[in-house]
Design a protein around this ligand. Structure first.
Ligand SMILES: [Zn+2]
Length: 67
C-alpha cells in the first residue's frame, strides 16, 4: 500500500501520499513538506490575482485537492 515516489520539487524520495505539485510543476508528485511550504503558497498567490479581490478568504481551502 505504501506508494514511493521522488519529490519533483526537492528531489527527495518519499513514501506515502504524493501531492499534486501544480502550479509549481505540471507533472510529477511532491512531498508533503514541499506541498505545504512551496505549492500551497503558490496556489494562494494564484488565487490572489487582482481581478477579484474578494477571493482572499478561500485560499486555505485548496490544500486537499489530491486524488
Ligand atoms: Zn519535496
Amino acid at each position: 500500500m505504501a506508494h514511493e515516489f521522488r519529490c519533483c520539487i526537492c528531489g527527495q524520495k518519499a513514501s506515502g501520499w504524493g501531492n499534486n505539485p501544480w502550479p509549481v510543476k505540471d507533472s510529477g508528485e511532491c512531498c508533503l513538506a514541499c506541498d505545504l511550504t512551496v505549492v500551497v503558497p503558490a496556489r494562494i498567490k494564484l488565487s490572489e490575482t487582482p481581478k477579484n479581490k474578494s477571493n482572499e478568504d478561500n485560499a486555505t481551502e485548496n490544500r486537499a485537492m489530491v486524488s
